[in-house]
Design a protein around this ligand. Structure first.
Ligand SMILES: Cc1ncc(COP(=O)(O)O)c(C=O)c1O
Length: 397
């Protein structure tokens, strides 16, 4: 008997979490697995942030917070947006949630209903299409392959927009590809969007600080679209705070107020102690952010170099985030020990079960010819993982 709603039945389970779980099961059996399937920094939260959280506990920040978050945190985010992004917002235009994931979902649930289309460039973060499905909207994908560095062009965007388009989700730096849109590229997309005032732009900038080309560029900087951009960001990736669950949106008042109403009935304000920790992250020293960024850049260079030595792997050079997204479909149709690899999911499973390296097949990211590898792990792990991958791929014929 299945009494679940159609909404729930239409939802796919998260493939990234599934691979991570499978990898943990093998580890529990004593197998030495290198886990490159997870999307989180391997660093600890910086000490001054942890101290702020301890103080928040002692100071009895133990009650419900305002639904959109404490004013002190929202003011700290307003100051961050001004200082780092040159963007003016009021505290009333900020809404803090349980991670950037809830932030994206709030916006989609507030805006999208049956018949509404959401344009999503592929490859995409696994959760976007599922959230659109939850909101009973329709996904419209734009494919951008490795030959265009996984980035959509203005012409592709224009071709995807219809009178039913309500939103575009743009993720830069990108999970899963690491691609970053330049200011000029964003200007090209903004010029198209200027012609379609009904389209809200959800700009997921959660990887803002993990960027190897210098200054982060936000599509919110362009006046022709500024009043309908919703920036999504948070502390998870930049400050190694994935478990603290603080994200935010900054956007037009009507959308922020709608999300506030939704969140007020759904989860209320996010964890009070985590909010004090996030405030410390934004107002305190930014030195740890740069230290982590430098480490990620070194690992990016290492993994790209090693991946280029693997026959049949085609790689771009990611400009941000901590993922490599090799195209590896030249292995599809090959076999080893009677085991045939027909798609990216089977390749990822082969790498896990035979090579003991956990990656995620690209299908869930809208790119069935690729696999995603997270290099948010030590240099030693990267070297050993790539050695194992090269070895077991070499057995496929
Ligand atoms: C592109 C993207 N957006 C949002 C999130 C969610 O971030 P948070 O942990 O703050 O919910 C992630 C996490 O993996 C992500 O990769």
């Amino acid at each position: 008997m299945n009494q679940l709603s159609d909404r729930l039945n239409s939802l796919s389970p998260s493939e990234t979490l599934a691979m991570s779980q499978k990898s943990n099961e093998l580890k529990a059996q004593g197998v030495d697995v290198i886990n490159m399937s997870v999307g989180e920094p391997d660093f600890n939260t910086p000490d001054h942030i942890k101290e702020a959280a301890k103080k928040a506990v002692d100071d009895n920040f133990s009650r419900y917070s305002p639904v959109p978050g404490y004013p002190a945190l929202r003011n700290a985010i307003v100051a961050k947006l001004k200082k780092e992004n040159g963007l003016d917002y009021t505290a009333a235009q900020i809404l803090c949630s349980n991670g950037a994931k809830q932030s994206v979902c709030n916006v989609l649930m507030a805006l999208i209903g049956p018949g509404d289309e959401v344009v999503i460039p592929a490859p995409y973060w696994v959760s976007y299409p599922e959230m659109v499905k939850l909101a009973e909207g329709t996904n419209v994908f734009i494919s951008a392959g490795i030959e265009q560095d996984f980035k959509i062009t203005p012409a592709q965007l224009e071709a995807a927009i219809t009178p039913k388009t309500k939103a575009l989700i743009l993720c830069s730096p990108s999970n899963p590809t690491g691609s970053v849109y330049t200011k000029e590229e964003l200007a090209g997309l903004a010029a198209v969007l200027a012609k379609y005032p009904q389209v809200v732009i959800i700009a997921d900038e959660i990887y803002e600080h993990i960027n190897y080309i210098g200054q982060h560029e936000s599509i919110a900087q362009f006046p022709e679209v500024r009043d309908r951009v919703v920036i999504v960001n948070g502390v998870s990736k930049a400050y190694a705070m994935t478990g603290w669950r603080i994200g935010f949106i900054a956007g037009p008042q009507w959308i922020v107020s709608a999300c506030n109403k939704l969140q007020g009935q759904y989860t209320s304000g996010p964890c009070s102690v985590s909010q004090k920790a996030a405030e410390a992250a934004y107002v305190g020293t930014q030195a740890p952010v740069e230290e982590m960024r430098v480490a990620f850049e070194r690992r990016r260079d290492l993994i790209v170099k090693l991946a280029k030595e693997i026959p049949g792997f085609e790689v771009n050079v990611p400009q941000g985030a901590f993922y490599l997204f090799p195209k590896c479909d030249s292995y599809f149709g090959k076999s080893a020990d009677g085991r045939k690899i027909s798609d990216a999911g089977e390749l990822a499973m082969y790498l896990l079960e035979v090579g003991h390296v956990a990656c995620v097949g690209g299908t869930a990211f809208g790119a069935p010819e690729c696999i995603r590898m997270s290099y948010a792990t030590s240099d030693e792990n990267i070297v050993e993982a790539m050695r194992r991958i090269k070895e077991v791929l070499g057995k496929l014929a």
